[in-house]
Design a protein around this ligand. Structure first.
Ligand code: FEO
Length: 392
């Protein structure tokens, strides 16, 4: 296959993966994904930026069949979906020098078994002259792992950002079809791997704010032709102020918790609050993660299984705790059969969430009128808290 031109001298040599349905054995991929790699030709030097998941090495090999020389290989990120084919590249092009951020060097040795002598760490802001084209390396840590960096092609104004601004989407086209239509997939990706590092992502956004960018070329999903749109979306997602949203991960066993979730949802909606209930017996955790990006309040709704929460809801709590959304308030509602410590166990399982706990509502068996009035009172308390934050 011939490398596919993005602009003269800059080509795509990556691979879509239409069949992949799970990433990191955790993240659902309803639209597949891609592993993007790029070839940049200067007058004197040729550079490969990132590689592909080893399962797709044949695609990269095919693109490079008529590329006899590569002088540098840039590894923006060590995770194996981008670095996993580096050993083959370095064997095929033994004269190529592997460039990474300084913190990436040891990771590349640990994860791929590369020899330290094969890797040169570049400094933040360092430039590499290719002859008529210049790469600038910009440290952008924690746009997944601590070692991540971006590479900016100055003359063509292309930012190669790896996971940052990426989207899990497989397609044959190289570019996003429109500014907004990629934002759903991009938000899913941000939520699942970058939300825990929201504050650092904000700093990275500040770091590139004065760059003139024509294209953002990430290593998953299409190339952004309207960089301002995806950058603004990241600004919104990482902003400190949440939206007027409530997320409710829930499960019901015999209907009691379900009645309470319906009551709470209807009451909140009547107050003008957006509600995102997720039945964890069938929910896509990617959708849950996306809803958590903006939510001001998390209400965990679960029956009691033995003495604690239902395991499927517990899974949602563990995920929320790991993703560290900017949620400000939380509550627990649900039911129990004879006894239990469900609310205490739920609260104890989310220490990373810096939330103000609102009153719990726990019914014994079927919710009685007093329980439903308590659910209504919880809705009123949520509205009051959202108003204090200025979310209406
Ligand atoms: Fe696409 Fe963090 O790897």
């Amino acid at each position: 296959m011939k490398p596919r031109e993005i602009v003269p001298g800059v080509h795509y040599v990556g691979a879509p993966d239409f069949d992949r349905r799970l990433f990191d054995a955790l993240i659902p991929l309803p639209d597949g994904t891609s592993y993007n790699a790029y070839l940049v030709h200067g007058r004197d030097k040729i550079v490969l930026i990132d590689t592909v998941e080893p399962q797709k090495l044949d695609v990269l090999r095919s693109y490079l069949a008529n590329v006899p020389r590569i002088d540098y290989v840039v590894s923006n990120h060590t995770e194996q979906d981008h670095s996993g084919s580096l050993p083959w590249i370095l064997e095929r092009y033994p004269m190529a020098q592997l460039l990474s951020s300084e913190p990436a060097k040891l990771l590349l040795v640990d994860h791929l078994g590369l020899a330290p002598a094969q890797i040169r760490g570049v400094a933040d802001g360092e430039r590499l002259d290719l002859g008529g084209r210049t790469l600038r390396f910009i440290y952008t840590p924690w746009v997944h792992w601590p070692e991540t960096m971006s590479t900016y092609l100055e003359e063509d104004k292309v930012l190669f950002s790896c996971d940052w601004f990426g989207a899990h989407l497989a397609q044959t086209g190289l570019f996003s079809d429109c500014s907004d239509c990629i934002l759903g997939e991009a938000k899913r990706y941000y939520a699942e791997i970058m939300m825990p590092f929201r504050k650092i992502v904000q700093k990275n956004l500040d770091k590139i704010k004065d760059l003139e960018i024509r294209f953002i070329a990430p290593s998953h999903g299409p190339i952004h032709v309207d960089p301002a749109s995806i950058i603004q979306a990241y600004r919104d997602w990482t902003d400190d102020l949440p939206h007027n949203d409530v997320v409710i991960p829930w499960v019901t066993m015999h209907g009691s918790t379900g009645i309470m979730v319906e009551r709470l949802t209807a009451n909140l909606v009547g107050r003008g609050i957006s509600v995102f209930p997720f039945n964890m017996a069938s929910a896509d955790i990617g959708q849950l993660a996306m809803a958590l990006v903006d939510a001001a309040t998390l209400v965990v709704a679960t029956p009691t299984v033995h003495v604690g929460p239902h395991p499927m809801v517990f899974n949602a709590i563990v995920l929320a705790n790991a993703l560290r959304p900017k949620v400000r308030f939380a509550s627990v509602i649900g039911s129990y059969g004879w006894a239990g410590k469900m609310p205490e166990i739920v609260k104890g399982a989310m220490p990373n969430l810096k939330v103000e706990m609102l009153p719990s509502v726990i019914a014994k068996g079927l919710p009685k009128p007093a329980d439903l009035e308590a659910v209504d009172a919880l809705a009123a308390a949520i509205e009051a808290k959202h108003r204090e934050l200025g979310l209406f």
